[in-house]
Design a binder for this molecule. Structure first.
Ligand code: ZN
Ligand code: ZN
Length: 236
């Protein structure tokens, strides 16, 4: 009973001694972002409609933009053009640092109140991570969206429903424009569980063109989900 926590403590101790956590901005030891740098982290100035990307109150999809398969809205917390945030996300992703995503998820949850989002989700919502392709998941060792979901869930008491799975391997989106991305991710996901009449919040780290998260939302809607919101830690 005591062996595992003790072992984990020792592992963490060794890891932290060999690779101390430092602030991505000023290299102060102790946290991925020290308190002074954290206080300068840029929040998004206004929420946007996920479809036309023009400003919208509380991130709601404009009624004139809304379609049957589109999500009800999008909430993004931080501005990806803030170098500190971009560094955190890139570090987490390419250096396989899972705890950066735990940190980011907690940070996003702590700042969500300012967006008015908590007043919108009064019903029974579940957090849904965007799944990674199995090969990429294996390579990285974790799905960053799933880590974010767990951290947000812990902080805000919203359950996680790991209900989406990849059914198609997609090319990496980096080199593609928005139209190509939409084609690339079309039918990328399927559901694994009951979706009908349930409410979901699809979670990802960054939204750029929105192709992936829109496709995830579309999959849930086509399978009968009642309400679907999108939540991203950062917006490009
Ligand atoms: Zn700092
Ligand atoms: Zn719109």
């Amino acid at each position: 009973m005591f062996i595992k926590p003790l072992f984990l403590d020792i592992k963490d101790f060794i890891l932290e001694t060999l690779f101390p956590i430092v602030c991505v901005e000023c290299q102060t030891e102790g946290a991925f972002l020290c308190v002074p740098c954290l206080s300068k982290l840029k929040l998004v100035r206004f929420q946007q409609c996920i479809l036309c990307r023009k400003p919208s109150v509380a991130g709601k999809t404009h009624l004139t933009c809304l379609t049957k398969s589109a999500p009800e809205g999008l909430i993004s917390i931080f501005d990806y053009r803030d170098q500190k945030l971009a560094k955190l996300i890139i570090d987490g992703k390419y250096n396989y640092i899972q705890s950066i995503y735990e940190f980011l998820g907690k940070l996003a949850a702590e700042n969500i109140e300012k967006t008015g989002f908590m007043e919108i989700i009064d019903e029974n919502f579940n957090l849904v991570p965007i799944p990674l392709a199995p090969s990429r998941h294996k390579w990285r060792g974790f799905n960053q969206a799933a880590i974010l979901c767990q951290a947000i869930s812990k902080q805000l008491n919203i359950p996680v429903a790991d209900i989406l799975v990849r059914q198609k391997t997609t090319k990496t989106q980096k080199e593609l424009n928005r139209a190509e991305r939409l084609v690339n991710v079309k039918d990328a996901f399927k559901v694994n569980g009951t979706v009908k009449n349930r409410n979901f919040i699809v979670v990802d780290d960054v939204i750029t063109t929105g192709a992936t998260i829109l496709e995830a939302a579309r999959t849930l809607k086509l399978n009968g989900a009642a309400k679907v919101w999108c939540l991203t830690v950062a917006r490009d």
